[in-house]
Design a protein around this ligand. Structure first.
Ligand SMILES: Nc1ncnc2c1ncn2[C@@H]1O[C@H](COP(=O)(O)OP(=O)(O)OP(=O)(O)O)[C@@H](O)[C@H]1O
Ligand SMILES: [Mg+2]
Length: 278
């Protein structure tokens, strides 16, 4: 079944896939609620307008899964099964109901994986190996991995599998402190498990121009990481926070909103920064 069948989100069909041509982008920051999932889902949706995208939900909260309109309690197989080795990732992947956008959904069971993985061989390379096994059937152009708010084994699996890292940083007081811890982790992963890992950029999120703090935080992060901060800044936008409750990316929910155009800009900037293989 080359190419697979992609049906509606309410009737997801198993699709087969291959990632030989894909770059793998992890969206990570150990801090909670900074916009990781919003970024993963909306970037995936915009990129899928032009290229073939696989979104991998590696968070037991399964917010990326529900943001695309799938009920995490209703999925038959999830990334849990792929990590534990109970099913190949190809059997976990479903169509999202959108052209060129597939999803490896999460389920609550993933919370257990954090404990179960400890006793399994190659515990930090389970996602990497699962993605490798997808190679024979279908090609994606990019794989985006959404991660939980911790630097535990699930996030580590994402960082070990990834070529590139996008780190959302909320425009708030002490934003740089969290970034320092993330940087240490990146260096550690690079020195040990994945020398390929490259920080594509930090993304300033929930920018509120009415406050003094937001521009100050952006300036500060840009000063510290001039080449590693995206030009695109994501504004605080009610539309972005409403869209997940309708199971839709913002480009379907409110494509003319400021939040939507910011994520469209970000998708473009990611391509300019080398997200796609040439
Ligand atoms: N730019 C934004 N403007 C307004 N609300 C936003 C924006 N980005 C995200 N949100 C909202 O803030 C909350 C946290 O965002 P999100 O779930 O994307 O963060 P996260 O980093 O994935 O969280 P977690 O660490 O729990 O996985 C959500 O309710 C989301 O809808
Ligand atoms: Mg999240």
């Amino acid at each position: 079944m080359v190419g697979g069948i992609v049906r509606g989100a309410s009737d997801p069909a198993i699709v087969s896939c291959d990632v030989s041509g894909a770059k793998i982008l992890a969206v990570a920051n150990q801090k909670g609620g900074v916009g990781k999932t919003t970024t993963a889902v909306n970037v995936a949706a915009y990129l899928a307008l032009g290229v073939r995208v696989l979104l991998v939900d590696l968070d037991p909260q399964a917010n990326a899964t529900s943001s695309l309109g799938l009920d995490p309690n209703g999925v038959e197989l999830s990334t849990y099964d792929a990590l534990i080795g109970q099913a190949p990732l190809g059997a976990v992947v479903v169509g999202s109901g959108r052209s060129q956008l597939d999803l490896a959904p999460a389920s609550r069971a993933l919370a257990g994986a954090q404990v179960e993985l400890v006793d399994l061989p190659d515990r930090e390379r389970r996602l990497k190996n699962a993605l490798r096994e997808l190679e024979s059937v279908k090609q994606y152009d990019v794989v985006i991995v959404d991660t939980p708010p911790s630097l535990g084994i699930l996030t580590l699996n994402a960082l070990v599998a990834a070529d590139l890292l996008l780190a959302p940083v909320q425009c708030e007081y002490l934003a740089l402190e969290g970034v320092a811890q993330l940087m240490e982790t990146i260096e550690l992963v690079r020195a040990t498990l994945n020398p390929r890992l490259e920080l594509l950029g930090m993304l300033m999120t929930m920018y509120d121009p009415r406050t003094r703090l937001s521009p100050q935080v952006v300036d500060e992060v840009r000063r510290h990481f001039p080449d590693r901060t995206f030009q695109t800044v994501i504004p605080r936008s009610v539309r972005l926070s409403e869209a997940p409750s309708y199971g839709k990316p913002v480009l379907e929910y409110e494509p003319t909103s400021r939040g939507a155009s910011a994520y469209a800009d970000l998708a473009q900037e990611l391509i300019e920064r080398g997200l796609l293989r040439r």
